[in-house]
Design a protein around this ligand. Sequence first.
Ligand SMILES: [Ca+2]
Ligand SMILES: [Ca+2]
Length: 195
Amino acid sequence: MPDQLGDLVPVEWEARSEAADAPSPNPTVQALPPGTGVVIEGTLDGTGWNDVLPERVWSSPICDGDTGGLPLGIDGDWTGDVDSLGIEIVQPSQLCAQVQGAGPETGWDLVLVAVDGCVLPERVVQGEDGPIGLGLGGDDAGWTTRVEPGFYQISLAAYDPVDPEQQVSYRLLLSALEASDESLGLCSAGPRETP
Ligand SMILES: [Ca+2]
Ligand SMILES: [Ca+2]
């Protein structure tokens, strides 16, 4: 018997480390065909949120001088590290995202942004109550959503505590399933061990 229902969802996992100096947005693109997943191990160097900061602006990593706002629809911005990864969805998919190991006291956001050819925000993917993945936290949480083909950035940052010295190590699991498999909203439980 599998330990969890998620063990029944077949996903081929690949492991990566956070690129320490990756800008946000990150021009590195991970293709996620259905049935594949990636595990990223990284650290948030600095945590926090400030309500009076202006909306975050992304500088395009590939179109010289182009910038674009990140329309989260709330006041403020993260004050600590934001770790992003570019992903390519190749066919309509159910995307599963999970963050493990950030600690029970940490409040974090994991937002998904559709981007244009300059890796600048086109729209923030919405959940039931606004941007998906906003206001999560703890040691093991995440979301699943249906996504259309295209390029996206997934960004992880911690809003709580407010502490520029705080270091939060994490494991981010991203996987894609065929959209036809979405009926149960089931996600892979992740690799048995870090592949
Ligand atoms: Ca980092
Ligand atoms: Ca970063």
